[in-house]
Design a binder for this molecule. Structure first.
Ligand SMILES: N[C@@H](CCC(=O)N[C@@H](CS)C(=O)NCC(=O)O)C(=O)O
Length: 216
């Protein structure tokens, strides 16, 4: 049942780190330095040919893409732990939010991160695969990304209406999404127009596993 977890600090791998922490799943951790281009070295490219973290290797099989990793770990370890639904409509809901966060929310977030001045909070690291030279940054791109994020946050706010967590009870869908929304907040996106999101984020931060991670 061995799991190896490939990660870099302050990256999308923080989401997988939170999922593993919630599940309490033991793993061997391998830290990569994006600025040293560890993610593009041949040994790691054999695990993830995209040259990106997170990646896990479970029983010899590499799995990459944070959404796939969350759903996979949920399926294998989360059902008994009551952190991931059994197959059925609730599982479908979990998959819907997890996939949406990577495909729609993180796409707009990624555009904002790539348009912010290098070195500012949440911005893509220089020399990373997603880095955009400053001369290609534009105020219009920033505004468009922020407008798209506001649309996403309104959808999330609606999804949380009348609920403590996305599926009612806390699940790995919350663990996964709170990582992306926290990152978006660090980029200066105002969450105050989305009270359900703000209250949900606070509830998530009170989860013992997540509070411990945030405390470092
Ligand atoms: N869609 C991927 C995105 C992963 C990703 O972009 N990771 C970045 C860090 S946030 C990375 O590893 N970059 C390596 C590089 O730029 O060399 C996922 O969700 O796993």
């Amino acid at each position: 049942m061995s799991i190896t977890f490939y990660y870099a600090p302050m990256s999308t791998a923080s989401i997988t780190e939170a999922v593993l922490a919630e599940l309490g799943t033991p793993c061997e951790r391998v830290k990569l330095d994006i600025s040293a281009k560890d993610t593009r070295k041949p040994d790691f490219l054999k695990i993830n040919p995209n040259g990106r973290v997170p990646a896990i290797v479970h029983e010899g099989t590499p799995i990459w893409e944070s959404s796939a990793i969350t759903m996979y770990l949920g399926e294998i370890f989360g059902v008994d732990a009551k952190l991931y639904p059994e197959p059925g409509p609730k599982r479908g809901e979990a998959m819907k939010w997890i996939t949406w966060s990577n495909v729609t929310l993180a796409e707009a977030g990624g555009r904002l991160a790539a348009s912010l001045p290098t070195g500012s909070e949440g911005a893509v690291q220089s020399d990373s695969l997603d880095w955009v030279p400053p001369e290609q940054h534009s105020a219009i791109a920033v505004e468009k990304a922020k407008a798209d994020l506001a649309v996403c946050l309104k959808i999330l706010d609606g999804g949380l209406e009348g609920k403590s967590f996305l599926l009612g009870d806390y699940s790995l869908a919350d663990t996964h999404l709170q990582g992306f929304v926290s990152w978006i907040r660090t980029m200066g996106v105002d969450l105050t127009p989305f009270p359900n999101v703000m209250e949900w984020l606070k509830r998530c931060s009170e989860r013992p596993a997540l509070a411990k991670l945030m405390a470092g």
